[in-house]
Design a protein around this ligand. Structure first.
Ligand code: Y12
Ligand code: CO
Length: 173
């Protein structure tokens, strides 16, 4: 399965993704194709909508202390729901769908989620630190929300100007 990253300002990123009800080969093929796409582009998280599939599925692989992302650390999260949240943290986020832009975003420091795995089994996860931040970032994608939507008016204006310039320069080369 050949996938490409959907980039801002593509309107597909604004879709609200649909609940996954079939835990079948199509889902497994998509998840299997998303993983190399995420790893090869230096990503740590990827939602299905970022490759054009509006379903409530996301993957994460937080680098270990050596910066490695071994396959056994891969998390596949389907139909997640936040059941608990606490604290506050600020972290410089980036997104494969918004290349070359990074900004500090405020998120919950700790979250608990219920979700399903690729076979539809019910799972529970308590997360903190970068994992908690990345889950919140990816869960926003399921609602059509991007981290740039959380910027102040002034920062968003600056971003739009710089991003437009970047796209123009990329087109030339
Ligand atoms: C903080 C909060 C949330 C996340 C998870 C989602 N973001 C990513 O995985 C971002 C990856 C990313 C990778 C890039 O590298 C390449 O594309 C090769 C990148 O660089 C460029 O766009 C040039 C930007 C973002 C992570 C952290
Ligand atoms: Co993103």
């Amino acid at each position: 399965m050949k996938l490409t990253i959907v980039e801002y300002p593509d309107k597909r990123l604004r879709q609200v993704s649909k609940e996954v009800t079939a835990f079948d080969k199509d889902l497994h093929d998509l998840l299997d194709a998303m993983n190399p796409m995420m790893i090869n582009t230096n990503g740590i998280g990827l939602a299905a909508i970022q490759v054009g599939y509006a379903i409530r599925a996301l993957i994460l692989n937080i680098p270990d202390e050596d910066g490695e992302q071994p396959p056994e650390n891969l998390l596949e999260i389907i139909n997640p729901i936040i059941t608990d949240k606490s604290g506050e943290s600020l972290y410089q986020e980036g997104c494969l769908s918004v290349p070359k832009f990074y900004e500090d975003i405020k998120r919950y420091e700790k979250i608990s989620i219920n979700y399903q795995d690729r076979d539809g089994n019910t799972m529970q996860l308590d997360a903190e630190g970068l994992l908690a931040i990345a889950i919140q970032h990816e869960m926003d994608h399921l609602e059509g929300i991007l981290f740039i939507d959380k910027l102040s008016y002034a920062k968003r204006k600056k971003f739009e100007k710089e991003y437009k310039k970047m796209l123009k320069e990329r087109k030339k080369s």
